[in-house]
Design a protein around this ligand. Structure first.
Ligand SMILES: Cc1cc2nc3c(=O)[nH]c(=O)nc-3n(C[C@H](O)[C@H](O)[C@H](O)COP(=O)(O)O)c2cc1C
Length: 190
């Protein structure tokens, strides 16, 4: 079964740690046999979404990829105690999926990763990501990842922090295993 996992998140900052953590989950999903696509950095710095907004081409790509996805991974930096505006705005564009047979993130496992410089913001950001995922009818995986970027550092998508690596691999495994159980993956060109 060909599973498609889409990653959304990170920040526009060079060396974005939440972007690195996101790519790390997707790399683990690939090792488990999934195909992955990532939307991160400047590629998700869309103009503010509103009903009837003109959709930038990159936003159209995001919407189409999520429409076909079997699983999703969302990673956000913690900004002032919650998810960043850029990540939330990118998720707001999924409003375009409201009339789909599988609206928004319906039927899809969603792995969540929160990265901030303090534990309080990592946890609050993870909780917010779960709330947004529920609002979008997605299924947050049982395990969610919190990474404290004052203690854990990524170069590209690699870190020497074994605990962080294990957590990111676990969330990848949960997304892939849920997507397999839901049986939505196929080669039919959806
Ligand atoms: C505008 C802004 C607000 C932030 N607010 C918080 C915060 O409330 N708590 C916290 O622990 N870290 C905060 N941080 C630090 C980031 O969460 C941290 O640097 C994180 O690693 C950034 O992820 P990135 O490297 O993907 O940009 C803030 C950073 C920025 C730029």
């Amino acid at each position: 079964m060909n599973l498609r996992i889409v990653g959304i998140g990170g920040s526009v900052d060079p060396g974005s740690q939440s972007g690195a953590a996101l790519r790390s989950v997707l790399a683990a999903a690939q090792r488990l046999g999934a195909s992955t696509t990532v939307f991160t950095g400047p590629d998700i710095a869309f103009p503010p979404y509103f009903t009837g907004a003109q959709l930038p081409p990159a936003a159209r790509d995001l919407i189409e990829s999520v429409r076909r996805a079997d699983g999703v991974v969302i990673a956000s930096p913690g900004y002032h105690g919650t998810i960043s505006g850029v990540v939330k705005n990118a998720l707001d564009y999924l409003e375009e999926l409201r009339d789909d047979a599988r609206p928004y993130l319906d039927g899809r496992a969603v792995g969540l990763v929160a990265v901030a410089r303090g534990w309080q913001a990592t946890v609050d950001t993870l909780v917010t990501l779960r709330q947004v995922t529920h609002a979008l009818r997605g299924w947050p995986t049982p395990y969610g990842v919190t990474i404290n970027s004052s203690m854990t550092h990524f170069d590209d998508d690699l870190t020497e922090d074994d605990g962080a690596r294990d957590s990111l691999e676990l969330v990848a495994a949960q997304v892939v295993s849920f997507a397999r159980k839901m049986g939505t993956g196929s080669d039919d060109g959806r």
